[in-house]
Design a protein around this ligand. Structure first.
Ligand SMILES: [Fe+2]
Ligand SMILES: [Fe+2]
Length: 130
């Protein structure tokens, strides 16, 4: 699946749109590396960058949604937590087996971004459009 970027992913809150785009760009770079069988250390560095960006973004997003009394916050937090667990598991596996650029991983990440940002994050858009 080719992850793209456009208005359908915008949530109406500039800092979050910027963070989403930064995450998408990291996934693009990881995909590029995996496609050309790229350098292992570069791959691991991108994965680490994605994990720290996700941690930062999720906590800011959850704090803002809580502040605005968002009714679907708990389900939303669950999706974040699941992805973080997946990311840490992927990271742990790479540690054990040696880092390896993998299209299976980038495919999973691209899908997750499309579904979570496109649909789940999209549901809170109304909070910022009042
Ligand atoms: Fe989210
Ligand atoms: Fe988000």
């Amino acid at each position: 699946m080719k992850l793209d970027w456009g208005d359908k992913y915008k949530v109406g809150h500039q800092p979050f749109d910027n963070q989403h785009l930064a995450m998408v760009e990291l996934i693009w770079r990881m995909t590029e590396l995996a496609e050309k069988d790229g350098e292992k250390n570069a791959w691991l560095a991108l994965l680490d960058e994605l994990i720290s960006l996700a941690l930062e973004h999720f906590s800011e997003e959850e704090a803002e949604l809580e502040k605005r009394g968002y009714s679907e916050l708990l389900e939303h937090q669950d999706e974040h937590r699941n992805l973080l667990n997946e990311l840490l598991e992927i990271r742990g596996r790479q540690e054990k087996e040696g880092s390896q650029p993998s299209l299976e991983v980038t495919e999973f990440l691209a899908n997750w971004m499309a579904v979570h940002v496109g649909e789940t994050d999209g549901r809170y858009r109304r909070l910022f459009n009042k």
